[in-house]
Design a protein around this ligand. Sequence first.
Ligand code: ADP
Ligand code: MG
Length: 247
Amino acid sequence: SSGINFDKFDKIPVRSTGTDTPKPINDFSEANLRSLLLDNVTKSGYTRPTPVQKYSIPIILGKRDLMSCAQTGSGKTAAFLLPILHSILESGCESNMGACPQTPQAVIVAPTRELAIQIKDEARKFSQGSMLKCVVAYGGTSTGYQLGTLSRGCHVLIATPGRLNDFVEKGKVSFENVRFLVLDEADRMLDMGFMPAVEKIVTSGSMPPKGERQTLMFSATFPGEIQAAANDFLVNYVFLTVGIVGG
Ligand code: ADP
Ligand code: MG
């Protein structure tokens, strides 16, 4: 069961700006996603994509950076997870058990432990039946258990900013193989005072520079600081607004 009200969402205006923006899909099957992903999407009870998913999935598969503003509950998690998981499955996920540092292909930064866990659960649900490993890391708890899980392999790392920087400083994680960097709920990270920590991640020594990674930002609102961050962190990006977004 989901909280998605399609009658409401289908009427929401969507605007995308940017050059050569990939066309939206109307059905999950149009995205040419791996069959394992499509099967898991169906098993999740998702019969059709929400507006933010219709637009974001082809944009991300088209290798574009994305700044997406859409309200809470509009389905942003699957909008970025499905194309990212698809790309990692396409490139093959070799076993990296025991490797230290772990070198995830995707790093998803989220403001809270609850949100990070939710994204990890969704990622594991969608990648179920594959070798792809999704790991979560957050602060406020000892590092031992998280590092144990991390050492068993990590293709997708979902983390809160402080704990992620901590793991990088301790040499447990390196960004050298990052192809996707996601900043989820960017406005909440701003409100919680995490922007310096986020900037540290984005400019970290092992992080590929913009243009050599895909950077995806999601936010419910679009204040000046988020606009500035988007201009700083993204390149040739598509700007997507779903519904009416406040500044
Ligand atoms: P957001 O990140 O925009 O706040 P979520 O990704 O958390 O939204 O999704 C909100 C809820 O809607 C979740 O319970 C999710 O499982 C569900 N959901 C997302 N996409 C779909 C879809 N295409 N069909 C049905 N339910 C969906
Ligand atoms: Mg979300």
